[in-house]
Design a protein around this ligand. Structure first.
Ligand code: PEP
Ligand code: MG
Length: 759
């Protein structure tokens, strides 16, 4: 027994406790006996009246497994849901909690069977392994004790050791446990967001398979430090080799993302934290995992997309380091199934590249965002990917059959045979359809009654341009210049921007590219630009409003565009123009840049055509004054709908409330199309409506003849165009628009089906 006077704090103290724990774990006895001794030992060392271990059952309930200090009757009786009580909160947030007055915390949940009402202070840490919370370790004191940071650190280190004990415990295996068991093997349907389109059928492979840390407590901290350093330098060499690999080496945003990631391998703060953990008595691999646990906990509370991407990079590097330390590198690709669906909490871009691309059918992540680095790489590699799929990491077991439906953002776990064959059929159908779309690729986009319809694509990443040729599109109707800005670390200067635009023009060859100037603000945040808080960012200081208030920024971009397009035709349009005066001011800035280039002796584009987005209803009421001033008009249906109906486009609760095929929207579109036609101003629609065959058909019926859409929509839309008599449709739409109904979707759909129009 250790007397309280022997208690030493800090590294030396935690090292001693770790050694004792290690010996205890090696000793015999049942799991329960060992856990009982563990809580005793920790309580003595931390000088706490209570020490308890709660273990996670079925991924959702925390059960009191062992306690020194709480009433013995409560053990295996007391259960808390994740997020219930302080213990549930620690598990939900995967973060420590230390409170001098625990009972005063709003999450405190009183459980009479435990007798804990006499304990006032509480310190708890999650017990984590491979990104999963396995349980919670808690100490409590009678007095209102303030636990310091070092004590929290020491308890976290102890939790690392316990994680191994719990992971090895048969009681906690996936199929066991009350309330879990059988039900976990039932089919399940989880939803997330589509990060890359596509449907795949395969078997689940958890990302961290194979990473098992058996040695947590260091025998010799100095030797561990050397192992850690050696593994770091091995890892850096391996990363350099990977960056030189052929499929990675080609230019594009994914390459830049990987280079930034490589720089993180040298991050000093990250290394220091791992060295600290080694000094605290952990082995090199346990130290890496401890720092990873902390990083994950930080990630949970960070919303900033840039910081999240950086932390995800660190997670990826940590896993890579573990592979080097545990000598798993060679085994990684072996015995993976031919049709694997990779399941992970989050993935770094390089981690994705580690897997054999020929076996990888799809990826599902608990985290991830459309602009996350891994999503950019997945798009480059054309791997279907779903993100923000809550519960996937805990519910998918290795080898479980999985269907990933990137069309609807759904994941079906352990699907029934009939669901599976339904999807197999739809994959086969898709393949047939794609073959049919390829067949129309080089055919003209002309309606049955001889009207030409220009089909263009929307783009933002270099990789999108590769689809320009396969899609059979006439050009790029919308190039969102903010996208390359969003994935960078800092604001690109004129030359960097000019380089990007030059590459795009080169790729597009003789097909026109319409560049839209920066549309940032709203939901499109630049990681390095901290705007002030706005209550309604979509209607706030964004897009051209920033451009006109910070003209240096817009002028730099215009200068870069002019330089990139020397000797060629340049098409530029401005986002979120709300008044004729804003358009004139933006156009004047462009003229000023052209004059400046000429004065400096620089060459200019062969022709410069200037247009505007039509996204704000007020502008639609000023067409008479606007159209004589602009060379073309692009209607952004996403924003125009949002502002027409005063309905936030990113609020899922409003997603289907107002139909794009509403009489209000279509009447407005028809009116704009008529005015543009009368003034001979080319008019394009470039929001999501343009890429949906039925909605695109309605637009054509309203007089639109130019549509810009996501590349994969060109085939289906062209097929629709070729099956349509647009004159007759126009007459029908004029008729439908006299109805009082909100939407004309149903009559339009029937109209199309009756006439065999390919919607
Ligand atoms: C639109 O608003 O429809 C549009 C094309 O612009 P974005 O989706 O980039 O806002
Ligand atoms: Mg818009």
């Amino acid at each position: 027994m250790t007397a309280p006077s022997d208690i030493d704090h800090g590294w030396a103290g935690s090292r001693r406790l770790l050694r004792l724990l290690r010996d205890l774990m090696k000793a015999g006895g049942s799991s329960q006996e060992r856990l009982d001794r563990v809580v005793d030992l920790i309580a003595q060392h931390i000088v706490a009246e209570v020490c308890s271990i709660y273990a996670m059952r079925s991924g959702e309930v925390l059960e009191l497994f062992a306690s020194k200090g709480l009433k013995p009757a409560a053990v295996h009786m007391t259960r808390l849901k994740v997020n219930e009580g302080l213990v549930g909160l620690i598990a939900a947030q995967a973060r420590p909690v230390a409170l001098a007055d625990a009972q005063g915390h709003p999450n405190f949940a009183y459980r009479p069977e435990t007798g804990e009402e006499v304990y006032h202070s509480l310190m708890g840490v999650p017990i984590m392994r491979s990104g999963r919370v396995l349980g919670v370790l808690v100490v409590q004191n009678r007095t209102q004790r303030s636990y310091d940071e070092e004590e929290v650190e020491a308890l976290e280190t102890v939790a690392m050791v316990l994680a191994e004990l719990l992971a090895g415990d048969r009681l906690l295996e996936r199929t066991a446990g009350s309330g879990g068991g059988e039900s976990e093997l039932m089919p399940a349907r989880l939803t997330g967001i589509t990060l890359n389109q596509g449907i795949a059928i395969g078997v689940a492979v958890p990302h961290h398979r194979g990473i098992v840390i058996s040695q947590v407590v260091a025998e010799n901290p100095e030797a561990e430090r050397q192992r850690l350093d050696a593994a770091m330098s091995e890892m850096r060499d391996a990363l350099d080799a990977m960056l030189a690999r052929q499929e990675v080496a080609v230019a594009g945003e994914h390459r830049e993302v990987l280079e930034t990631y490589r720089m993180f391998a040298d991050d000093r703060g990250w290394r220091r934290r791992m060295h600290d953990a080694v000094r605290g008595g952990l082995t090199a691999e346990a130290s890496v995992q401890k720092v990873q646990n902390e990083t994950r906990a930080r990630m949970a509370s960070i919303k900033d997309p840039y910081l999240r991407a950086r932390l995800a990079d660190l997670e990826d590097l940590g896993n890579r380091l573990l592979h080097h330390l545990l000598g798993l590198d060679e085994k990684r690709r072996e015995d993976l199934p031919e049709d694997m669906v990779l399941i992970a909490n989050d993935l770094g871009p390089a981690e994705l590249l580690d897997y054999d691309q020929n076996r990888l059918r799809a990826v599902v992540l608990e985290q991830g965002a459309p602009t996350s680095h891994v999503a950019i790489v997945a798009r480059a590699l054309q791997i279907p990917m779903i993100g923000r799929c809550e519960g996937i990491a805990t519910q998918a077991g290795e080898g479980d059959p999985v269907i990933v439906d990137g069309e609807s953002g759904q994941v079906l776990l352990r699907p029934s045979a009939s669901v599976r064959s339904g999807f197999q059929e739809s994959i086969a159908n898709k393949k047939r359809q794609q073959a049919a779309y390829r067949a129309v690729r080089d055919l003209p986009s002309v309606t049955q009654d001889g009207q030409s319809v220009a089909l263009l694509i929307n783009a933002g990443l270099m990789i999108d341009l590769t689809h320009l040729g396969d899609a059979g599109a006439e050009g790029i109707g919308l190039y969102r210049t903010e996208v390359p800005f969003m994935i960078r670390d800092s604001f690109p200067g004129v030359e960097t921007q000019a380089d990007i635009y030059r590459r795009i023009l080169e790729h597009a060859g003789d097909k026109p590219v319409v560049f839209r100037t920066l549309d940032v603000g709203g939901d499109k945040l630049l990681p390095y630009w901290r705007g002030s808080h706005e209550d309604n960012p979509a209607m706030g200081w964004r897009a051209i409003r920033i451009g006109l208030d910070r003209p240096a920024l817009l002028r730099q971009q215009l200068r870069a565009l002019l330089r990139a397009a020397v000797g060629q035709e340049l098409y530029v349009k401005f986002p979120m123009i709300s008044s004729v005066a804003e358009f004139s001011a933006a156009r004047a800035l462009l003229q000023r840049e052209m004059d400046r280039e000429t004065a400096l002796g620089g060459a200019l584009p062969k022709a410069v055509r200037v247009g505007t987005m039509m996204e704000v209803p007020a502008l639609a009421l000023q067409l008479h004054q606007l159209l004589p001033l602009c060379d073309f008009l692009s209607l952004g249906s996403n924003d125009l709908l949002q502002f027409l109906f005063a309905a936030d486009r990113s609020n899922p609760r409003l997603a289907r409330r107002y139909d794009p095929l509403s009489s209000a929207m279509l009447t407005l579109v028809r009116d704009i199309a008529r005015q543009c036609e009368a003034q001979s101003v080319p008019f394009t629609v470039c929001g999501e409506m343009a890429g949906d065959p039925l909605e695109a058909m309605a637009l054509l019926g309203c007089g639109v003849r130019r549509l810009s859409m996501t590349p994969s929509a060109v085939g289906p839309v062209k097929t629709m165009v070729r099956s349509l008599d647009v004159q007759a449709l126009g007459d029908a739409i004029n008729q439908f628009l006299t109805l009082p109904d909100h939407s004309i979707r149903e009559p339009l759909r029937s109209y199309a089906i009756e006439r065999n129009i390919a919607i």
